[in-house]
Design a protein around this ligand. Structure first.
Ligand code: ATP
Length: 270
């Protein structure tokens, strides 16, 4: 697993201000920041704070960003793992990794554990079926270990567990996660905000807000990651043409290019 520890220096983490749109979701996860910052306040009140939340939504819509933002705003370590790492593991290795992760988290508490693609745990490599179907020995061990650790975690420990998935059916066994947070593809207004965020990073002919409305209307169905991609492709296109500034044509060309890439990806998958 990877660890980002703000106390150990390192790069400036993702902040809430970097996450465009998702206003309500941001408000919801900001509560977690407060739990991590003032655990004693909640303890004194006798409030049991949520031990974790599952973030459900399509790929590239900011789930990882949000989880990282909670950690960096609360100034606590972020311990991350991807569920798909466990798929090929044999000989109880997956279960041992999960044990190590939680052990490390308890040591570094208060902190956040983030498991991306949690639905991959408990899924066999070849299974197309549902996650958590409990059919394969090895992944079963990993999944069981995860459930044991989660059940054993008390809200006093200061370890907040966030997990992400894009599969509705991973929301099995209600009660394991105290909260479910739904993240959707960005709306027109949100796409505009995401464009403004990412256009800030490239050298444009005019200010970002000159382009953002039109770009948002050209990109229905795009995720935040697709939008980040458009901005980068536009800059690359301008460079190819030896322009020193990105112009509207570059951005429009980039939309086509990203649409093409997305189509190719989905035709490979189907
Ligand atoms: P996955 O399920 O594929 O892990 P995710 O939902 O965790 O996806 P992120 O990794 O958080 O998605 O987002 C990928 C990238 O897309 C980010 O690094 C960022 O550049 C961009 N992005 C996504 N959503 C937003 C947003 N709301 N605001 C700004 N940038 C965004």
């Amino acid at each position: 697993f990877t660890i980002i520890d703000p106390l150990a220096g390192g790069s400036r983490g993702v902040k809430f201000a970097d996450v465009a749109g998702l206003k309500e979701v941001k408000q919801e996860v900001m509560e977690f920041v407060d739990y991590l910052r003032r655990p004693d306040f909640y303890k004194t009140l006798g409030a049991k704070v949520p031990r974790g939340a599952i973030l459900l939504g399509p790929p590239g819509c900011g789930k990882t960003m949000l989880a990282k933002a909670v950690a960096s705003e609360a100034n606590v370590p972020f311990l991350a793992m991807n569920g798909s790492e466990f798929i090929e593991m044999i000989g109880g290795l997956g279960a041992a990794r999960v044990r190590d992760l939680f052990k490390e988290a308890r040591k570094r508490s208060p902190c956040i554990i983030y498991i991306d693609e949690i639905d991959a745990i408990g899924r066999k490599r070849s299974t197309v079926g549902g996650p958590f179907d409990g059919s394969s020995g090895e992944s079963d061990q990993t999944l069981n270990q995860l459930l044991v650790e989660m059940d054993g975690m008390s809200s006093k420990e200061g370890v907040l567990m966030l997990a992400s998935t894009n599969r509705q059916d991973a929301l099995m066994r209600p009660g394991r996660f105290d909260r479910q947070i739904i993240i959707e593809l960005p709306t027109l207004e949100e796409r505009k905000e995401i464009f403004e965020q990412h256009l800030k990073g490239i050298t444009l002919e005019h200010e970002p807000r000159v382009y953002s409305q039109r770009m948002a209307s050209l990109t229905p169905g795009f995720s935040g990651a697709d939008i980040a991609n458009v901005c980068n492709e536009a800059a690359l296109h301008a460079a190819r043409d030896k322009h020193t500034k990105v112009v509207a044509d570059d951005l429009e060309y980039a939309v086509e290019r990203v649409v093409g890439g997305t189509e190719k990806r989905s035709s490979v998958m189907s």
